[in-house]
Design a protein around this ligand. Sequence first.
Ligand code: AHM
Ligand code: MG
Length: 337
Amino acid sequence: MDSNTITLTRFFLHEQQKFPEATGELTQLLASIQTAVKVISSAVRRAGITKLFGTVGEQNVQGEEVKKLDVLANELFINLLKSSYTVALLISEENETIMEVETDKKGKYIVAFDPLDGSSNIDCLVSIGSIFAIYKKPDNTFPTIDEALMSGKHVVAAGYALYGSATMLVISSGSGVHGFMLDATIGEFVLTDQNMTIPKRGKIYSINEGYYHDWEDSIREYVDTKKDPAKGKPYGARYVGSMVSDVHRTIKYGGIFLYPATKAAPKGKLRLLYECVPMAFIVTQAGGLASNGKIPILDIVPTNHHQRTPIFLGSEEDVKEVQDIIAKHEKCSCVSK
Ligand code: AHM
Ligand code: MG
């Protein structure tokens, strides 16, 4: 046993000391997310046994209502964040409207989250995750609902939890990216991956290739390039279909994750505030790039809390390559008009 283990809470208490003006509220907020993730992890591991794979409205053998895993995860995030006394507004993928925290519990942060991402992978035991971004007004005052929509420039911390072969929390509060693995024997997240950095170039591309004929020409050209031996050593293809897993692998091994616009989803599928911005924040902090094809994801000013965006993220050189091809196609189409 390590007698000097660096847990997530200890790590952020230490980080907090670097800012004399810090009130400890962000550390408190992260502690509440940590608890939510621990409970979700435990529920994920036991979901088959406790019948959490059922649909909402079903009853278990005791006659109790069965909650689907994603409903449970959402309730955990909401309850724990509200009772952390640090949050004013909550934006969840699972809730139609922005939630306002009661006055006596209100804090200055806005948290946007996807409590359980990768829904199509839940019932077949493939890795899933939770994603979150914490936003704050520059003047530190309590945000109102009208002020909820902020660009990624106002993110103070973001992260994801991966419920994979181990449970891992990857977090950045703006000074590097750090990974913590859940040690179930002590119930704590332990620092395992300090200062995670993404390789400048990778050897893997990650995209749902089933939509090949629905992509724009530029995306088809890019993916064709990655498979063409005449254009260099072909890349490996990996696609889990859970954004957290695909992004985590991209950070660890390098390469590129793409979810472009398709004919069926002309604005892309993934959501800006609680899927793309948090991942863009993390990847950028790890030394990579995250773009919508034209501008950085973190520069997009949202107009709707559930809005979607195309996304290309990963190793700097790989993202620049796809951006260049997109720019070339844009230029050609302007010239031919
Ligand atoms: P969800 O929020 O319904 O779980 O959908 C988001 C997921 C992402 O995790 C993943 O990157 C993407 O959807 C996969 O979509 P597709 O099946 O179209 O490839
Ligand atoms: Mg999702």
